[in-house]
Write a protein that binds this ligand. Structure first.
Ligand code: DC
Length: 219
């Protein structure tokens, strides 16, 4: 069974996808982490975020993979655990540029399809229901207002010792929404057969309950 969870930045996709995967004993795949790792790869090698040729070259020379550990899923670039390094502001603010490159998407979409082949999986991203897994049995499109998403990000940041002004986070989220929704290749878009869930006024438990009900209806 394939469960696709899409939606804009900070709508709660990964939190919900991880919990659903854990409850159902499915594999979880965070596709945003893959685009973030390619962005980090460019940064580490002083390659411009729009330099398609050199980014593709780096991708062919390095390996991105996931490892499940007790405290959750970790992302690796070759032998290095980059799970924290891909969450910095620098990467967050530039990942939309790298993920708009057609050739980067082609490579990562293939990797994602290979990962989902023949297993039970919950995959989250922007184009899972529309492009990566168009035949997924369950497609969820999670949304929430920009204000609520910025507030959630603000709290998460504080827990990690980062104090970015709320207004700055709102602007950053709105800018990323715009870029992700307006890019030419596989823009962020609700699949026709996806079920939209607005999480603005819902707790995590309520969203998990709602998504679980939807999954059960499709079993
Ligand atoms: O989910 P996230 O915020 O970690 O994703 C980071 C960026 O990667 C997001 O701004 C757009 C891009 N992305 C994408 O284009 N397609 C996906 N399937 C997942 C993420």
């Amino acid at each position: 069974m394939q469960i696709a969870i899409d939606g804009p930045a900070s709508a709660g996709k990964s939190t919900i996808a991880k919990l659903i995967a854990k409850n159902l004993d499915f594999v979880y795949c965070d596709t945003g982490a893959m685009y973030r790792t390619v962005t980090l790869l460019a940064k580490k090698n002083n390659v411009g975020y729009g330099d398609t040729f050199n980014i593709l070259k780096l991708m062919s020379e390095h390996k991105i993979h996931f490892l499940n550990k007790e405290d959750g899923q970790h992302v690796y670039l070759d032998d290095e655990d980059v799970s924290d390094a891909i969450r910095t502001e620098e990467i967050t603010n530039n990942v939309s540029q790298v993920s708009a490159i057609k050739e980067v998407r082609t490579e990562l979409v293939q990797m994602q399809r290979d990962m989902a082949n023949d297993i039970n999986i919950v995959m989250d991203g922007r184009d899972i229901g529309t492009t990566v897994l168009p035949n997924a049995e369950v497609k969820i499109f999670l949304i929430a207002s920009v204000e609520v998403r910025a507030q959630r990000r603000y709290k998460e940041n504080l827990e990690r010792g980062i104090n970015t002004p709320l207004k700055e986070l709102q602007d950053e989220i709105a800018a990323r929404d715009y870029k992700d929704s307006h890019r030419e290749i596989s823009p962020l878009k609700k699949a026709d057969d996806a079920i939209e869930v607005d999480t603005s006024d819902m707790t995590i438990e309520e969203v998990v309950k709602k998504v679980t009900e939807i999954v059960n209806e499709h079993k």
